[in-house]
Design a protein around this ligand. Structure first.
Ligand SMILES: CC(C)(COP(=O)(O)OP(=O)(O)OC[C@H]1O[C@@H](n2cnc3c(N)ncnc32)[C@H](O)[C@@H]1OP(=O)(O)O)[C@@H](O)C(=O)NCCC(=O)NCCS
Length: 380
């Protein structure tokens, strides 16, 4: 008897519920996103990235002492084995930061104190370690490829501020720190997106956290997922360099049936609630840094694509101009997405393993009929 229960599967698994989860709530019709039930707008307005990590990993908001303790543990884990730094130095100068990050995270497993452990507490420790290390790797590789000296971590700083310090070599302004901190909160989790699903599939084989996060980084890289923020900025940069009209430029893309990166979403049929904050951030940072052109261009493109295609901007559209104004290179945009999303990936890996079953769906076979006889080579 066939074990296939529902042979009609929508392409891309659209609308299929593939797991139970208590981490992230999305209402795509109303534009609602919540972590552990707490609305993303409240978290963006009142929380910080470390507190959001606690919420994702432990299922509730921390007390003051619990938050202080997590912040201390994250700061203590700002350490990378010299062998990993050597690996970053050995990468070809042309290597994409996202590829370097994927390879480095895989290699981090060799040096992890809990390498052979896959229990709940060990995975919480790995989540904390990886959150600190991923940020450090992204910053360190950018400096190495530019021939700049590495910057020591400052354990007195919050996660966002320390990342900007290690990336840029100077302490960020309060505005820049706050902007990145909010961006990290907004990107932290998003239910069963492609990279999180990849992480859960890997974890469910009883592999390990580093393998699961490596799978996730590989999935995040693609331009249909996290790679869209970089692709969106490349278009804006080209428009700026060619002094082109943004509406005409994007109109041409649509006429050629090209997708405009940063628009559309599988789940949201209304405004992506993360875009609401990033739009404001892009405008305010653009004004305060004397670079209002990126927001102004984004605004024109957004209005045009909405009118023309009824598509809303997603998280990646306004994160592009926000990160650019923060002084982050465009090929670091997707790695910076990972700097945040490690929190959600780790929460999902832990949740998966707390109540695990192998994830092994079926395919609807569409090939030649069975039995298709084997024809000896001399008779073909
Ligand atoms: C996010 C995304 C992958 C969702 O894809 P999906 O649910 O599979 O939707 P589809 O790609 O099937 O798109 C449905 C229709 O909308 C159009 N569309 C979707 N996103 C579009 C975009 N960004 N620009 C132009 N048209 C778009 C498609 O061409 C398609 O039109 P058609 O029915 O006439 O062929 C898709 O919107 C996309 O590729 N966006 C750009 C990349 C991006 O920003 N990704 C980050 C997501 S957070």
């Amino acid at each position: 008897m066939s074990s296939i229960t529902n042979p009609v599967v929508p392409k891309g698994l659209e609308g299929i519920v593939a797991t139970n989860s208590s981490i992230c709530y999305i209402d795509g019709e109303q534009g609602v996103l919540a972590y552990r039930g707490i609305d993303i707008h409240e978290l963006a307005d009142h929380s910080n990235f470390e507190e959001t990590c606690y919420l994702l990993w432990f299922g509730r908001l921390p007390s003051r002492a619990e938050l202080t303790d997590l912040q201390r543990r994250l700061a203590e884990e700002r350490y990378i084995d010299p062998a990993i730094l050597q690996l970053l130095r050995n990468a070809p100068r042309t290597a994409l930061p996202m590829d370097v990050l994927r390879t480095a995270v895989s290699a981090l497993g060799f040096y992890d104190a809990d390498e052979r452990k896959n229990d709940h507490d060990a995975n919480i420790r790995k989540a904390i370690r990886l959150t600190s290390q991923i940020a450090m790797i992204v910053a360190a590789y950018d400096r190495i490829r530019k021939g700049k000296p590495l910057v020591e971590a400052d354990r007195s700083l919050h996660h966002a501020a320390n990342f900007l310090l290690q990336l840029n070599g100077s302490k960020p302004s309060a505005t820049a720190e706050k902007a990145l901190d909010v961006a990290l909160i907004l990107h932290a989790d998003h239910e069963l997106n492609a990279s999180t699903f990849a992480a859960r599939v890997t974890a469910a084989t009883l592999s390990d956290m580093h393998s699961a996060i490596t799978s996730a980084i590989g999935a995040l890289k693609g331009p249909l997922h996290g790679g869209a923020n970089e692709a969106a900025f490349r278009i804006m940069d080209q428009i700026e360099r060619e002094k082109a009209d943004p509406v005409e430029f994007v109109g041409n893309m649509l006429a050629q049936k090209k997708k405009v990166p940063g628009f559309g979403h599988r789940v949201y049929h209304t405004e992506d609630p993360r875009a609401t904050h990033l739009r404001i951030m892009s405008r305010e940072l653009g004004q305060s840094s004397g670079q209002p052109q990126w927001y102004e261009m984004s605004d024109k493109i957004e209005k045009f694509v909405r009118a023309e295609k009824k598509l809303n901007a997603n998280v990646d559209f306004y994160s592009a101009s926000t990160y650019h104004v923060l002084g982050i290179d465009e090929d670091l945009f997707t790695p910076v997405f990972a700097v945040s999303r490690i929190s959600g990936w780790a929460a999902h890996v832990i949740e998966q393993l707390d109540d695990n079953r192998l994830i092994r769906p079926r395919a609807e076979y569409m090939g030649p009929g069975y039995p298709n006889p084997y024809v000896p080579i001399e008779k073909r």
